[in-house]
Design a binder for this molecule. Sequence first.
Ligand code: ADP
Ligand code: MG
Length: 223
Amino acid sequence: TVAASSAAPALCDADGWAPTPQAFSLLAQAGFPIEPLVCVSSAEEAAAAAEHMGFPVVLKAERPGLVHKSDQGAVRLGLADRDSVARAFTDFSHRLGPGPALLQRQAKPGLELVIGGRRDPSFGPIVLAGLGGVWIEAFNDIGVRLAPIDIDEAVRMVEKLKGRRLFEGFRGAPPIDILMFARLLADVSQWFAAASWLDELDINPLIASGDGFEIVDVRMRIR
Ligand code: ADP
Ligand code: MG
């Protein structure tokens, strides 16, 4: 079981997208495995925070209305020292205008998964899950169920994915625990179904490795 959803976040942009730090903290409060993030507002602050966090880090520009960050060159992966972090921050400011950035540890490589939630006008809450990255785009490899689902249903959902074999060992990496993923999926479906203030949830991606799961990106649209 998961903690009851809190009230609707107050600060959203015109389309209702919650600021990224707020979306992360809502998931953290509910007990989901987020990769922590720090908001920084200058190149110097970014470099210092990265040093404190430990390299390698990822820097992401945060701007109102910027939702597909990598398409805009607003995600920089694998930054390995203070200078690269400071330069990445400055580059965001030049290209995207002034604004803050979010800093995260770089997650261990693994299988990228997605979990989503929608509210259908006639069916009500729906949960989606599948493989991220090229698998979504090329194979449309996503399962959909009415939410909430229990763990057995979540296991069935995962076993039906075309890319299911990738759970068995990815690029020589240890296998990913399907039962653990199914438990997380069921918990997210339960949390989303109860969060009636939330219109849309996109956990994309969740990085799965032999060690567990790390949510590195989430978007939430408030009703
Ligand atoms: P967007 O979806 O807005 O383009 P993301 O935050 O999802 O931005 O970042 C784009 C991609 O970068 C992710 O799909 C993932 O492959 C990678 N990525 C993002 N954050 C991390 C992280 N902390 N560790 C490892 N890889 C990451
Ligand atoms: Mg993403």
